[in-house]
Write a protein that binds this ligand. Sequence first.
Ligand code: ADP
Ligand code: MG
Length: 314
Amino acid sequence: MYKRKRIVIALGGNALGNTLPEQMIAVKSTAQALCDLIEDGHQVVVVHGNGPQVGMINNAMAALSREDPNQPNTPLSVCVAMSQAYIGYDLQNALREELRKRGFVRTPVVTVVTQVRVDPNDPAFQNPSKPIGHFMTKEQAEHAAKAYGYIMKEDAGRGYRRVVASPKPVEIVEQDAINSLVDANKIVICCGGGGIPVTLQGDHLKGASAVIDKDFASCLLAKKLGADMLIILTAVEKVAINFGKENEEWLEDLSVEKAKTYINEGHFAAGSMLPKVQAAVDFASSGADRTALITHLNKARDGIMGKTGTRIHL
Ligand code: ADP
Ligand code: MG
């Protein structure tokens, strides 16, 4: 047996799918992976991405304002808020069902609409880098850039996507409420899509036109919750150096020092694997008893047991 751990889990795009029906189905296996850990006695806090969903909501709201001139354009921060509620709803529902199947009939699951403060002077606002929405061909991307003024970039060899500013999270506004819920053993879903980006203006929190990377938000959350582990679940079982090349090498055990070297050597793609390794390094650096794990969604349980995944530690 192993010690009960407090674990922050960051779910990637493959945990949710790309469309409404896909998400309904995807959350079922995601819920199974999460419930495996809950069943093993761990305290689980869930963060999820929202790239495709926030892109979809943004497109839908843009169509609304094209159709109805009385409807102004919806700020990206509001789109993030909508995505948190929509994804939280499906996850909450699927987790509740899976927990009940396993006999946890009274374990509450709750989604916290979470605002995350960013620095208005963050240089990210001058250099949009975060991919959102669906993948496009070169021709579609050129059209989107021309028609909507979107900034389009190629994403890890998989096509073109719109990019927006991705400032670093500074403070989770609802942190105290989240701590109370986790301490009281509720299953909490929070900081969805990296959190709703806001800047402080006196007593007012103003929504920012940005998407915070959920990998960085989950790292901040894990540190503030005093978590034992940060687990980033994605579409690959391990992190690689020379990714996609002939001399590709999958990593299992990775020290913070070594990870920093590989980051500097450019082994991890910006906007996909880089923020995960950076978040893992940041979390692992915050204490010798803190480990980060990057693995495939379906390998979480094996990963905790040390059977697979890439483990980052001091
Ligand atoms: P998520 O939705 O989980 O955040 P991303 O697509 O943003 O997923 O990032 C995971 C992807 O990063 C992998 O599926 C892989 O294609 C890509 N990737 C880029 N560089 C690497 C690397 N060095 N090792 C492993 N995967 C990498
Ligand atoms: Mg990502």
